[in-house]
Design a protein around this ligand. Sequence first.
Ligand code: MSP
Length: 488
Amino acid sequence: MTKKFYITTPLYYVNSQPHIGHAYTTVACDILARYKKSKGVGVHFLTGTDEHGANIEKTAKEAGKDPQQWTDEVAAKFKDLWKILNVEYDDFIRTTEPRHKEVVQKVFAKLLESGDIYKGSYEGNYCYSCEAYIDDKEATKDGKCPFHKKELTPLKEETYFFKLSKYGDKLLKFYQDNPTFLSPKTRSKEIINFVKEGLQDISVSRTKVSWGISVPNDDKHTIYVWFDALENYGSAIGMGEALDGNMENFKKFWPADIHLIGKEIFRFHAIIWPAMLMALGLEMPKKVFAHGWWTAEGEKMSKSMGNFVNPHDLIDKFGLDAFRYFVFREVPFGNDGDFSMTSFKQRYNSDLANDLGNLFSRIINIAGKNLEDKKIEANFDGGFGLTKNLPKISSEYDKYMEDLAFDKALETTWKLISDLNKATATHQPWVMVKEDKEKGVKFLKEVLVCLELVAKQVAPFMPDTATELKKRLATLEKGEPLFPRIQD
Ligand code: MSP
């Protein structure tokens, strides 16, 4: 049996329009999914939208729309963007779908029965942007949300609690036994310390929020949006049946191999979701990876600033693959990064137009004119010392891809491109073919083998470009410039 790989994005809230941040996570999953598929792994890639909660109800109201109509429209926008970004997901789940709601109610009933959920009352300060209570320990000195820097709203309500406190020690043991579960390592300490300080039970129902899934047999309450949304990772693949003991469908993909998320929602995925799974007696995901955040020209992106980097604009101007390349080459995956037009243009011109574009068009042009046999011979070694490095380069690349070190995987590939450009400048094949045709042809054949590897390695990042490069290599036709230089 081929190995399976179940990968998920967060479910995006439908209270904002999709922007570069959402695109970043989803394209990262797409890159990993494409890479795994290229290795023959059976990938299942899930994305979707998080559609319940007071915030979304409010946004819909402000737009003069019924929440369902609003969520339908915004969910469609997310799907459109994924299409434009060439994201090959397998399933798109919306939390308002019956297949999800049924599971969420079932889980609630089950945990109520087992005693992991109980009724009580809650008093605290609520952040509507997080859709979460923020305790005093977490709030900023002036009492605001540490993530959104917004005022908190004092609330008191009758509520159902999930016994998170019961799972602290089990979680700590799990982190210890599975050292790569919390990734990257630099972000794991924060989670471990938080759990070590002692977990409190969390409120998992709301009486003030009507736009949500009702608590079974108590529809005064709706289920807390996070408790609802996290379950998508299971509801999409048969967790409902699994809870009845029918594991067949669920086991095809579960456990998730990776939940890829942004750093601000690490705690939900690293603490609450695993504790829920423990309470349900289900297997843990293999890894939760939290990447960093993008700012725009040095500023935090926000609705009020109106400074969201819009992928549509960049794609219209510079092409999809330049966008996909830039965001993963510019910043080590896991770190925060800043998007600036200056660095975008610089990387485009130097890495794509010059290094990659020129190399291909030059070599293919001369090879097309001088090679009688256009078939590229695997591992051809013409004595120029280029192909002998390929196994090492390719295993380095694989290691980086497995580690989600996307910038490094690209760096390795661009080092090869740069070496090929240097060798081309040194050996001057256009002169060689005139002075010693056989030698010139050998050089070209060796470079072509290397270019095949380049095309393969850029494929997860720039799928259209890779298809075009492979086509040109197969026909040795130069074609139009792939990345025309950006003039200032
Ligand atoms: N609905 C919750 C997630 C529920 S998962 C069961 C949510 N949604 S969100 O729409 O706010 O999307 C958050 C995700 O979008 C982040 O975790 C991150 O993946 C991505 N990003 C949003 N803004 C971002 C940046 N500025 N930079 C990078 N990614 C960020 O939270």
